[in-house]
Design a protein around this ligand. Structure first.
Ligand SMILES: [Zn+2]
Length: 153
């Protein structure tokens, strides 16, 4: 337990941080993602006001292959990797030893691509946050019934 605490990276103010960005990530909205730049900007404003900063948002990025999707947070959109009962998923690639995030991919099913809370929740994962058991927090495991807050300490 103590060892885990020693090697676990932390983001100031967040007890549910499981990995972190060394600098600020670039955000890429892939062309054809189905996620509007306007909604994405609103979601990034939410995170920015809660201490999760990013460099910039690149709109209409060509995300044709996984190799090109490194060095930032990529909003991909719908994908075959999503299971039938899964609304969305974030894949966060990080260094096991340090917890430093290298890049992240966000997948959201077509029918949930206009859902602000689901996008915001997935961005939380991509910034390095894991789930919490508090429905008042956007990182509650079911974002649809959570509130649009984050709990900092
Ligand atoms: Zn989640």
């Amino acid at each position: 337990m103590i060892l885990l605490l020693l090697i676990a990276p932390s983001i100031a103010g967040f007890s549910n941080a499981s990995s972190y960005w060394e600098g600020f990530p670039h955000i890429y909205n892939c062309s054809g993602s189905g996620i509007s730049n306007e909604m994405l900007e609103k979601s990034l404003e939410f995170w920015n006001s809660n201490g999760m900063h990013h460099y910039d948002l690149k709109k209409d990025e060509n995300c044709s292959d996984e190799i090109s999707m490194t060095g930032g947070i990529y909003i991909v959109g719908d994908s075959d990797i999503l299971k039938y009962d899964e609304h969305a998923r974030s894949r966060v690639y990080f260094d096991d030893a340090t917890g430093e995030i290298m890049y992240s991919h966000i997948f959201i099913k077509k029918e949930y691509q206009k859902n602000f809370k689901i996008l915001t929740h997935e961005l939380g994962h991509s910034f390095g946050l894991s789930h919490v058991f508090d429905t008042n927090d956007i990182m509650f495991f079911n974002a649809e019934i959570s509130e649009l807050n984050v709990t900092t300490n």
